[in-house]
Design a binder for this molecule. Sequence first.
Ligand code: SF4
Length: 182
Amino acid sequence: MILSAQSTDKQVNKITRQLFLSVYEPADVIAMGQEKLEKAVSSVNYYKMKAKHIFQTAELLIEQGGEVPESTEDLLKLPWVGEKTAKVIQYVLYHQPVIAVDTHVHRVANRLGIVQTTTPLQTSKQIEKAIPKQWKTIAHHALILFGRYYCKAQKPKCEECKLQSRCEFFLKSTKVEISCGS
Ligand code: SF4
């Protein structure tokens, strides 16, 4: 997660494919050393700062027993961990039914009227109540992919979208067009 800030998935995946061959847990990061870690991640933006943050996080986790915390409260106490990162960890590592909200989830959830919010943090709180527990794991990826490739920020593919009749954004925009045209 630290590596991904201001970097593309492609850049990060290229690094982690190699890095994860030897690094599985905080102790492996410490054994590698900060300098070697810097070299290993040097193809992402801000790699020196990111390597430092990864190293410091590994040190902190070891101090706390070597395990990544599971609760939201404990995760948010870690440096560089916000609401979204905490939920990604809970979802990926601990298989908890939570929805991590990125820009795509925030936009799509608002367009469809699942939530009515102005910030991703507000969406993160509201969406947990709006989506039933059994749908959360699938909803997380479905909303991200739908937003990334279909319901894009600019020029969403509304003409071919099967959710038109349920989409508040679409219904509002067509209403405006009709009233302007009449
Ligand atoms: S109708 Fe358009 S804005 Fe609404 S969900 Fe579909 S693509 Fe997104």
